[in-house]
Design a protein around this ligand. Structure first.
Ligand SMILES: [Zn+2]
Length: 341
């Protein structure tokens, strides 16, 4: 008889760290203004409290998340992140202003590597590529593609927002800074009026304390990739997820290519049609102008011939001889008409 043997409880939790490493330069990448706070705001506040140099790069302005015109929406959302930064204790974030809901993975890879090298960050935060929002996925995936360059000198920590990480490597207690995180989350009024994001993230952080004992009431979860362990495919994904992510990316890429090719073809056809119509129009106009010129010359010739005929008639002998007769006829007509009145 086969007996079910549960996997040892302590082994399931073994290896999950609750410590923030002793890093002095930290850089967080966020897809939109608010993700830096929702995803890793607690950890950033803890690093800032320790006196670490904490930098934040916000990749898009999240302008698609508001009904205002894009530049007004960008300003509102940037302002919210700037206010949140003050609550969490780090310098104003940098904004790249890339298009919201339009992030391309490959262009981000180089930018992430360059920005990280420039900041000399020892620890980088990025969204998990298993997030739901396409910009979150793109930034997370770009981070993974940049890993061979990043993980040589920095630890890379992936954070969760809307899609909980299934196997976190770190659960960091954030009780001591939860008040600051709540204050920072409250800065995103433009988003909170649409959904109570702050409550939902606070709920997630509360749940993350489940295994951390009675003294911890809130935690943030991360999957960390360290220089000695940068085989992210093994520690982050099982093979099914890896295939799914790759397929999704490939499918989206091919779909975009296909759409572009179709648009291009339609444009080429329209262009050819326009060129044909333009030539036809020019030919019609030229033919019309030639006809007008021809008719005008003919008319001038007819008028001249007619004039010559009249002149010849008036200068003829018979015209001159009959002049008294015409004068008489004219006189008689006038007197006849005055008698009838
Ligand atoms: Zn976002």
């Amino acid at each position: 008889m086969r007996v079910f043997r549960p996997y040892p409880e302590h082994l399931l939790l073994e290896g999950i760290s609750n410590e923030l490493p002793a890093k002095t330069r930290v850089l967080a990448f966020a897809p939109h203004p608010d993700d830096e706070v929702f995803g890793c705001g607690g950890a950033l506040a803890l690093f800032a409290d320790r006196g670490a140099d904490v930098r934040v790069i916000i990749v898009t302005d999240g302008e698609a998340g508001l009904s205002e015109d894009p530049s007004a929406a960008s300003n509102i959302r940037r302002e919210e992140s700037l206010r949140a930064a003050k609550h969490l204790g780090y310098v104003p974030p940098d904004f790249w202003g890339l298009p919201d809901r339009g992030l391309g993975v490959w262009t981000l890879v180089d930018r992430i590597i360059t920005a990280t090298a420039k900041s000399r960050a020892e620890l980088i935060f990025l969204p998990s590529p298993l997030e739901i929002h396409p910009d979150h996925q793109a930034l997370g995936l770009a981070g993974i593609l940049a890993l061979p360059a990043l993980a040589a000198s920095s630890e890379v920590w992936f954070y969760e927002i809307s899609q909980p990480l299934s196997e976190p490597t770190h659960l960091i207690p954030i009780n001591s800074v939860m008040e600051k995180k709540n204050a920072a989350m409250a800065c995103f009024q433009s988003q909170l009026t649409q959904l109570p994001y702050g409550q939902r993230i606070a709920g997630l952080n509360h749940f993350r304390a489940y295994h951390l004992g009675p003294n911890v009431s809130a935690a943030e979860a991360f999957v960390a990739v360290t220089p000695g362990n940068h085989d992210v495919w093994q520690c982050f994904f099982d093979s099914a997820l890896r295939v799914r992510t790759l397929l999704l990316t490939a499918r989206r890429y091919l779909h975009q290519k296909l759409l572009l090719a179709r648009e291009n073809q339609a444009l080429v056809q329209t262009n050819a049609e326009l060129a044909r119509t333009s030539v036809e129009l020019q030919q019609t106009v030229a033919a019309f102008q030639a006809e007008i010129a021809r008719t005008s010359v003919e008319l001038q010739q007819t008028v001249a011939a007619f004039q010559a005929e009249i002149d010849a008639y008036r200068s003829s002998t018979s015209w001159r001889i009959t002049a008294p007769l015409r004068a008489l006829v004219s006189l008689l007509r006038r007197s006849g008409s005055s008698e009838r009145r």
